[in-house]
Design a protein around this ligand. Structure first.
Ligand code: SF4
Length: 475
């Protein structure tokens, strides 16, 4: 990797989910691994459906050079429309204020994906303790993707991978199948005559689609959480194996780095202005000053920071540290904060339901910032920009106008309806102070406290707005 990356930021962009934590897990996993390798000055994540969302993605860093890599399978709706629109990108190289954003290809386009799919297919059969005597004669491998009518490119890579594998002749047949477009995965019985069938989901994570929806579409189970399924599933003397998604494989971290390398090779002439820091005070500088100037302990949301940098829940401020569960890694911290005390998923990190009973010892201001980015994503970045009077604030009307696809309908929500939604979901359900019209609140600053700020309606609220009109929740 190029020397210059040591002063650049890497931004991993994932889908995320408001319903479960599995969707964002691989993106966090690969970000941690790349951060551990020390290749970039900073490594950040951002999501479509979770915090920090795409709109806040670039605020997290002050680096003037940012490599943005979509942790998505295909070039399509998200990588060609949603991400450029939300980040404000105009092409592979975009100058935004003091930053150059280098927009790399999604990980799913890397040629190594073919081997990963084949590995998954082989492993799922081995793990079942059954054998396929000669897959080239009896087995069909289905590569399963999502499919969407919003962008024709979304399914291209699924068909390409199926064609590459088919040409190798390792299986009697290899086809692309899709959840929401033809050829439908639910039609697997008629799409092939092979007695042995393997389905590999070409998805980044074992989230809602690959873990729950596809097994139901295949007829493996009616409810995977209650009933599960066994590999192979036998039906009319045919055997069907269903594998797990490839996105959690450790080698994806290398694929992400390969996308950066490929970008540098393709845009050598444009990757020239490098590596100064912007003039803006960075989130880390703002946090370091705050910790140095204000005597501890400090507070942010429901988190209490003791001098010496122990982080715990406010409710445990006076507890004996020995009585608390010590979280040693960011992965421990991430797992702890995902669920509330009743075991429910916390789609809103700023909801006042953080579980108490834990302690995380940070070794430095940088370590505190990383921990806080798990607890309250991009909160320090937003607070730091507010101190400099540079935090962009977006009115509801503009947020609604930006929505596309199935969320376009929220444009019908007017100011009085959005106030109703704010009363129902923000006032008691979120600790952030709203800055956006028409739901803005006054800011009363408090000594020793980092304020949680809401500069625009979040995707959770946009989802609730859609629900208000459609009457049902839909990811
Ligand atoms: S819109 Fe409401 S729920 Fe969403 S982050 Fe802002 S205050 Fe919290």
């Amino acid at each position: 990797m190029s020397e210059s990356l040591h002063k650049s930021a890497l931004l991993l962009l994932g889908h995320g989910s408001t319903l479960n934590a599995d969707s964002s897990a691989p993106t966090y996993q690969h970000a941690e691994e790349i951060r551990r390798r020390g290749i970039f000055a900073e490594v950040h994540v951002a999501f479509w459906k979770e915090e920090p969302n795409f709109r806040q993605a670039l605020r997290q860093t002050n680096c003037t050079t940012v490599y943005a890599v979509p942790n998505f399978i295909s070039s399509g709706y998200f990588t060609e429309q949603v991400i450029p629109r939300e980040l404000g990108l105009s092409g592979p190289v975009t100058r935004l204020g003091h930053q150059d954003i280098f927009y790399c290809a999604p990980v799913g386009l890397d040629p190594s994906m073919t081997e990963a799919l084949l590995r998954r297919a082989e492993q799922v059969v081995i793990a079942s303790n059954e054998k396929i005597a000669d897959p080239s004669k009896s087995a069909c491998l289905f590569i399963c993707g999502h499919g969407t009518s919003f962008n024709d490119n979304s399914t291209k890579i699924i068909h390409e991978q199926a064609a590459i594998i088919r040409a190798r002749g390792l299986y009697a047949d290899c086809q692309a199948v899709l959840m929401e477009q033809t050829p439908f995965v639910k039609d697997w019985r008629t799409l092939t005559d092979c007695p042995d069938v393997i389905v590999v989901p070409f998805f980044i994570s074992d989230g809602l689609h690959s873990y729950e929806d596809i097994p139901v579409l295949l007829g493996l189970t009616h409810n995977i959480r209650e009933k599960g399924f066994t590999n192979p599933h036998v039906e009319d003397h045919r055997r069907l194996w269903y594998a797990t998604a490839i996105g959690t494989e450790a080698f994806i971290a290398d694929v992400i780095l390969a996308q950066v390398r490929q970008f540098q090779a393709n845009h050598a002439g444009e990757v020239t202005r490098q590596n100064e820091l912007g003039e803006r005070v960075s989130p880390l500088e703002a946090l370091s000053r705050f910790l140095a100037e204000k005597c501890g302990p400090w507070k942010i949301g429901e988190v209490f920071i003791r001098p010496g940098f122990d982080l715990c829940h406010l409710a445990d401020a006076k507890a004996d540290p020995v009585s608390l569960t010590r979280l040693e890694t960011f992965e421990d911290l991430r797992k702890w904060i995902l669920l509330d005390s009743a075991g429910g998923f916390r789609p809103l990190r700023a909801a006042p339901n953080l579980r108490p009973g834990w302690l995380y010892h940070a070794s430095s201001a940088e370590d505190i910032l990383l921990a806080l980015d798990y607890l309250y994503p991009a909160a320090v970045a937003n607070w730091s920009l507010t101190l400099q009077q540079e935090l962009p604030v977006t009115a509801w009307k503009e947020t609604a106008e930006r929505q596309t696809g199935r969320f376009r309908i929220v444009r019908e929500i007017d100011d009085s309806l959005i106030q109703e939604l704010v009363s129902a979901h923000c006032q008691s359900g979120c600790l952030k102070r709203r800055l956006w019209v028409p739901a803005h609140q006054t800011l009363e600053t408090r000594e020793n406290e980092i304020l949680l700020l809401c500069p625009e309606a979040c995707n959770f609220l946009v989802g609730k707005a859609r629900e208000k009109i459609k009457g049902s929740s839909e990811e």
